[in-house]
Ligand binder design. Structure first.
Ligand SMILES: NC(=O)c1ccc[n+]([C@@H]2O[C@H](COP(=O)([O-])OP(=O)(O)OC[C@H]3O[C@@H](n4cnc5c(N)ncnc54)[C@H](OP(=O)(O)O)[C@@H]3O)[C@@H](O)[C@H]2O)c1
Length: 272
C-alpha cells in the first residue's frame, strides 16, 4: 500500500468539474497557485477560458476541456487530458433549485440528479484507472455535495435528493478505495464537502430564493477547506475549525452522516 506523504504539488495533476465558475473556479486558482497541473471542465467555454487566463497570468499550468459530465464521451476527454496519471478528481459541477414537487418539472429533476450522481459516477469511474496509476503519494476524490444532502426541506425534494445520493456515492467509493488500498493499491482518499449557502452563480438560476450575500460563504472559502483536506486527508472538522480563515465560518460534522469523518459540513454561522 502506498500511503507515504504526498510530494510537492508541482508533480501532481487535478481534474476539476464545474470549474468555469464558483467553487470549482476558486479551487482551480488555488491549486494552480500551489503548483498543481490543473484540468478544468464544464460546458461553457467562455467561463473556462476566463479561469484559464487567470491561472496562466499567475504562471500556472491549465488545460480547458469543454464537456458535459453526464456524457461519458465528454468525461473520457476530460480524463484523457490528464495524461498517463491523475492525483485528484474534484466533482464540483452541479445545479440546484428551490422547488416543491408540484413546482418541479421532470426535466429539471432529471438534470439535477444527472449532474450530481451520473456526473459523480462517470467522472470517478473513468478517472479511477489514472488515479490508480499515479505514483505521487496518495490520490484523492472529492465530491462537492451540500448540506442539502441531509436535509428534508420540501423545496429541496429534487436538489436534496440529488446531493444526498452524491454524498452516499462518496461513502460507497470510500469503502471500495479502502479495500483496494488494503490489497496493495494506491491509497485514494475520498471526501464529501457539504457547504451551506455559498455566494456563487449557482443562485442566478434560483430567482425565487434570493440569498443574503453578507451572510453566506464565498466560493474561495469552500475552496480553502477543500484544499486543506487535500493537503491533510486526515483532517477533521475539529482540526479544520482550528485553522479556518474567519470566525463566521462554521465547520462541523454533517449530522445525518456523523459516523463518517470524511463527510464535512461548512457553512456561515447564520445558516439554519
Ligand atoms: N452555491 C451554493 O450555495 C452551494 C451550496 C452547497 C453546495 N453547492 C454545490 O457546489 C457545487 C458548485 O456549485 P457553485 O456554487 O460553485 O455553483 P456554480 O458557480 O453554478 O458552479 C457549478 C458549475 O457546474 C457546471 N455544470 C453544471 N452542469 C454541468 C454539467 N452537466 N457538466 C459539466 N459542468 C456542469 C456549471 O458550468 P456550465 O454551465 O458551463 O457547465 C458551473 O460552472 C455544486 O455541485 C453545488 O451543488 C453549492
Amino acid at each position: 500500500m502506498n500511503d507515504t506523504p504526498s510530494p510537492s504539488p508541482s508533480h501532481r495533476t487535478v481534474l476539476i468539474t464545474g470549474a468555469g465558475t464558483g467553487i470549482g473556479a476558486a479551487l482551480a486558482l488555488r491549486l494552480a497557485h500551489a503548483g498543481w497541473t490543473v484540468i478544468i471542465a464544464g460546458r461553457r467555454p467562455e467561463k473556462l477560458e476566463e479561469v484559464a487566463a487567470n491561472i496562466r497570468a499567475a504562471g500556472g499550468t491549465v488545460t480547458v476541456v469543454v464537456g458535459d459530465v453526464t456524457m461519458s464521451a465528454d468525461v473520457a476527454r476530460m480524463v484523457a487530458a490528464a495524461g498517463p496519471s491523475l492525483d485528484l478528481l474534484v466533482h464540483s459541477a452541479g445545479q440546484g433549485h428551490c422547488l416543491t414537487i408540484d413546482e418541479l418539472d421532470e426535466q429539471e429533476f432529471r438534470e439535477t440528479l444527472n449532474v450530481a450522481t451520473v456526473g459523480a459516477f462517470l467522472t470517478a469511474k473513468l478517472a479511477l484507472p489514472k488515479l490508480r496509476a499515479g505514483q505521487s503519494g496518495a490520490g484523492h476524490i472529492i465530491q462537492i455535495a451540500s448540506l442539502a444532502s441531509g436535509g428534508t426541506w420540501n423545496r429541496e425534494v429534487g436538489y436534496g435528493t440529488a446531493k444526498g445520493a452524491q454524498a452516499k456515492f462518496a461513502l460507497h467509493l470510500t469503502s471500495q478505495m479502502e479495500v483496494d488500498a488494503a490489497a496493495g493499491g494506491r491509497r485514494i482518499h475520498v471526501h464529501a464537502v457539504c457547504p451551506g449557502t455559498v455566494d456563487t452563480p449557482f443562485w442566478d438560476r434560483v430567482p425565487n430564493r434570493p440569498i443574503d450575500r453578507a451572510n453566506a460563504l464565498t466560493g474561495d472559502e469552500v475552496a480553502w477547506m477543500t484544499e486543506a483536506i487535500i493537503n491533510d486527508p486526515a483532517a477533521t472538522w475539529e482540526t479544520l475549525s482550528a485553522i479556518k480563515p474567519r470566525a463566521e465560518i462554521v465547520i462541523k460534522p454533517h449530522a445525518p452522516f456523523e459516523r463518517w469523518s470524511n463527510v464535512i459540513a461548512v457553512a456561515h454561522e447564520s445558516h439554519p
